[in-house]
Design a protein around this ligand. Structure first.
Ligand SMILES: C[S@@+](CC[C@H](N)C(=O)[O-])C[C@H]1O[C@@H](n2cnc3c(N)ncnc32)[C@H](O)[C@@H]1O
Length: 378
């Protein structure tokens, strides 16, 4: 089968996790750079990587990489690449460009140079000078960093965060790969109780349920490369079939989601139903101030409001005080909290955080405060 190179892109701070995921899919010799995990693969891995990577943003197919300090070099070298191996005669293709710390500073110029070179290459390969553009979609990405141009085609289409289960979202929902990452960075496993007391549209708990039941995050959606003739349909069918067979039955999970807003609780229930995990999670309307926990050794993962608006300060105070009161004497409980509010550790007095990870929620810099509880007895 054809040897190819794939790149899983990752949000800043999640590279290590995506690397682990890629490794778990059986790939070796991974090349990690900021925001990217590159690995050698074969065609059948395009469906597999798209269907299974929980924390990655996209899967890109690498077409070539070279040094380019002039537009001529960019043009000529782009033209030497085998675009016709992938882009069909009737293909509809667009080019996106970004450049950083490079001589070629204008993304827009790089974009049109690359487009022109690909058009020339395909024109010569197919013997045409008019492109019908009625066929499958191809999004070419040119990324220049320190004068090295990396040219890829996006195999995913819409970002991998679009799992297909979130028809509706509450206020400030977490992107699904970040929610999955919060769960994977915690010590939660399917034997243990997990609560999100400010669950909004339920993303953290839905991702936890999917993880526990081995549900491939991409099984409810389609990918741009599903329409490419270069990837036999059979490979997609086999990968989807394998994903279906891999699903574990639910039934024993202890996942609980609460929120003060009854409307978002309804949204969370709807999303969980579409994701196929409705029976694994209990959702209810509750103010965190009224939440009382009488169980031991549970795990709390949450993403409270960030209290960025002035009038929210008092409300945030009350939430922090409630969390502190609830968990202060419960040494068996672990707390994992994602917030942009750096005041949080001052309110949670049980101990200093065991670990603080810097992450990004979209463009907002956030901290993931991790307080580890005692291990449950064997
Ligand atoms: C940032 S959002 C959580 C988003 C969620 N992680 C998601 O992916 O949809 C914060 C949530 O906290 C809820 N909230 C605010 N104050 C609360 C309180 N006192 N008790 C419980 N929930 C509260 C809000 O209704 C909102 O849904």
């Amino acid at each position: 089968m054809k040897n190819i190179t794939l790149i899983a892109t990752a949000t800043f701070g999640l590279e290590t996790l995506v690397k682990q995921e890629v490794k778990a899919l059986g790939f070796e010799d991974l090349r990690v750079s900021p925001g990217k995990i590159e690995f050698d693969a074969v065609l059948a891995d395009i469906p597999r990587a798209n269907l299974w990577l929980r924390c990655a943003d996209r899967v890109l197919l690498k077409i070539g990489e070279f040094t380019a300090v002039t537009f001529d070099e960019l043009f000529e070298q782009t033209k030497t690449l085998p675009w016709e191996d992938w882009i069909t005669r009737d293909g509809r293709f667009t080019v996106n460009a970004k450049t950083h710390k490079s001589e070629l500073r204008s993304g827009r110029s790089c974009q049109s140079i690359v487009k022109k070179a690909v058009v020339e290459r395909l024109g010569a390969a197919y013997g045409i000078d008019h492109f019908a553009e009625t066929g499958p979609d191809f999004t070419i990405q040119v990324a220049l960093y320190k004068n090295v141009a990396q040219l890829t085609i996006d195999t995913s289409g819409p970002g991998l965060h679009k799992r297909g289960y979130r028809a509706a979202a509450g206020d400030a929902p977490l992107k699904e790969p970040l929610a999955a990452a919060l769960v994977m960075l915690s010590f939660w496993n399917q034997e243990r109780l997990l609560i999100d007391p400010m669950c909004g549209s339920g993303t953290i708990l839905i991702e936890a349920a999917m993880l526990a039941r081995n549900i491939a995050p991409g099984w409810k959606r389609e990918f741009a490369s599903e329409g490419w003739p270069s990837i036999p349909t059979q490979l997609w069918q086999e990968a989807r079939q394998a994903a279906e067979t891999a699903v574990q039955p639910g039934g024993n999970l202890q996942l609980f989601g609460y929120d003060i807003d009854p409307a978002v609780i309804e949204i969370a229930k709807g999303n969980a139903a579409v994701a196929g995990v409705a029976d694994d999670i209990t959702f209810a309307t509750k103010d965190v101030k009224d939440l009382w926990i009488d169980r031991q050794y549970g795990i709390m993962i949450s993403n409270p409001p960030y209290g960025m608006r002035l009038n929210e300060f008092q409300e945030m105070n009350k939430i922090y005080v409630s969390l502190n009161k609830m968990l202060r004497k419960k040494n068996g409980w672990s707390l994992y909290l994602l917030t942009a509010d750096e005041k949080f550790p001052r309110y949670f007095k049980r101990a200093r955080p065991d670990r603080v990870r810097k992450l990004y929620n979209g463009t907002i810099k956030v901290n993931y405060y991790q307080y580890y509880g005692d291990k449950p007895p064997e």
